[in-house]
Design a protein around this ligand. Structure first.
Ligand SMILES: [Fe+2]
Ligand SMILES: [Fe+2]
Length: 437
């Protein structure tokens, strides 16, 4: 056997490691791009259960990306930056579609083309890695494969009967040009006349969010018990029946769906965010979707027909007109930071009912919200910098609060009640429902 000295002996010794680090890097970039763009489906699909599921999958992808980065950084040559290569970015931008496309067709694009390709990439990784030498990555990837399989099963019922053949073919061609996410398959170069749609029509958010079959309105809060289900003065009035307060707070929680919808808009608007910002926003988003589910699951148990509860659209409609750092500032520094005193009173009143489940849900809601305000303090300065905002944070927040008030006059209160007063849930109806006087 001849032993010619290799040209670069030091690099040669760790080639096996750097090759696996290269693949982990690609997988990390796919997961973080998926998170950045799949979130654009959330406010475009109408079915609440589908919104909740997308939030959950977005959060799980954030987890995958985080563990891939953590493991990747243990290996030399993973790289210290978190940027995503253009060849991936343009596929995910393409998959985002436009706001005139059917959101379920776009969902099929993500879940029937891009995610199965990710699953194949994970399977390829397992096949080519040494099960003992790279045991830590192998264990992670095995778990991610199980997650990807489950995501496919969970989404399937929402895609029954959706004809996405044309769109799927379009995305498949873009992906085939790379030979799969890891380049592990034969490359089929793109036809010269392939049209990148996002280059023609860049994505923009729809002016309002989709709530599917559910009735809508501008706001669920007022002082008028004949108009809205949540009567502000009743929430804090010690004379209000605690059962009425419990129902009102469940409506409030369910309608945190607005937070789900407007927070979901921030990811795609901040393509150069550090990954940890998107990671924490994904957690924030998933928390809000759980809070909304608290109401969505509990209200029917307490006798409320969900088709009588109007969904308030004002916050989305107003905030989507403002840039992403202003949306995030209003959310964390105004709505969330300002909600604690009222929620504390509400929790004390609900405790009178000895409803262990309600107490538990509200306790976790409070805990989550405290974290959200912490995220706000951590990330607002960063997101301001990303958006070119140079004022001191408190000055910026004050100016944004004032701007929101102006925008509320222009863009708010535009969604009339979908239901006549006799059919919609109102404060008065809640009184009757619980048999209070
Ligand atoms: Fe919340
Ligand atoms: Fe929150």
């Amino acid at each position: 056997m001849t032993t010619a000295a290799p040209a670069r002996p030091a690099a040669g010794r760790t080639t096996a490691v750097s090759e696996m680090a290269r693949l982990l890097r690609l997988l990390f970039e796919v997961e973080r791009e998926f998170l950045r763009t799949v979130t654009t489906l959330i406010y475009r699909v109408g079915e609440p259960e589908l919104k909740y599921l997308l939030c959950q999958h977005a959060w799980e992808s954030a987890g995958h990306a985080r563990f891939l980065r953590e493991r990747g950084r243990e290996l030399s040559s993973f790289g210290t930056t978190e940027s995503v290569r253009d060849s991936f970015r343009r596929i995910f931008n393409e998959a985002t579609g436009t706001c005139t496309q059917d959101p379920l067709v776009l969902t099929a694009g993500f879940y029937q083309i891009l995610k199965p390709a990710l699953l194949s990439a994970y399977r390829h990784y397992l096949k080519v890695t040494d099960p003992l030498a790279d045991w830590p990555s192998k264990k992670l990837v095995e778990e991610f494969i199980a997650d990807e399989d489950r995501h496919a099963r969970e989404i399937a019922p929402y895609l029954v009967g959706i004809d996405a053949r044309e769109w799927s073919l379009h995305l498949t061609q873009a992906l085939d040009d790379l030979g799969g996410w890891l380049g592990q398959e034969t490359r089929l170069p793109l036809a010269a006349n392939y049209g990148w749609q996002h280059a023609q029509t860049p994505f923009s958010h729809p002016a309002t969010c989709n709530r599917g079959k559910y009735p809508t309105c501008s706001s669920a809060f007022s002082q008028d018990p004949t108009e809205t289900p949540i009567v502000r003065s009743w929430l804090v009035d010690p004379k209000t029946d605690a059962r009425v307060i419990r129902l009102m707070v469940y409506v409030w929680l369910m309608l945190e769906m607005d937070a789900v919808d407007y927070l979901a808009t921030v990811f795609v608007d901040t393509p150069n965010a550090p990954f940890d910002l998107h990671h924490d926003m994904a957690r924030h988003l998933w928390d809000e979707s759980r809070h909304s589910q608290f109401g969505f699951r509990q209200l029917p148990k307490l006798g409320v027909d969900l088709m009588t509860v109007e969904h308030s659209l004002d916050l989305y409609n107003i905030l989507v007109q403002m840039p992403p750092h202003e949306r995030y500032a209003m959310m964390t520094m105004e709505f969330e930071a300002g909600s604690f005193p009222t929620k504390a009173l509400v929790m004390d009143r609900v405790r009178e009912l000895n409803d262990f489940e309600a107490d538990t849900l509200l306790a976790f809601d409070r805990n989550d919200e405290q974290n959200h305000v912490r995220y706000g303090h951590r990330w607002l300065p960063e997101i301001m910098a990303l958006c070119g905002e140079t004022r001191p944070t408190d000055q910026f927040v004050k100016a944004t609060q004032a701007k929101f008030k102006e925008f509320a006059v222009i863009h708010g209160n535009r969604t009339p009640h979908a239901l006549p007063p006799e059919r919609r849930l109102t404060g008065e109806k809640i009184l009757r429902l619980v048999g209070a006087t």
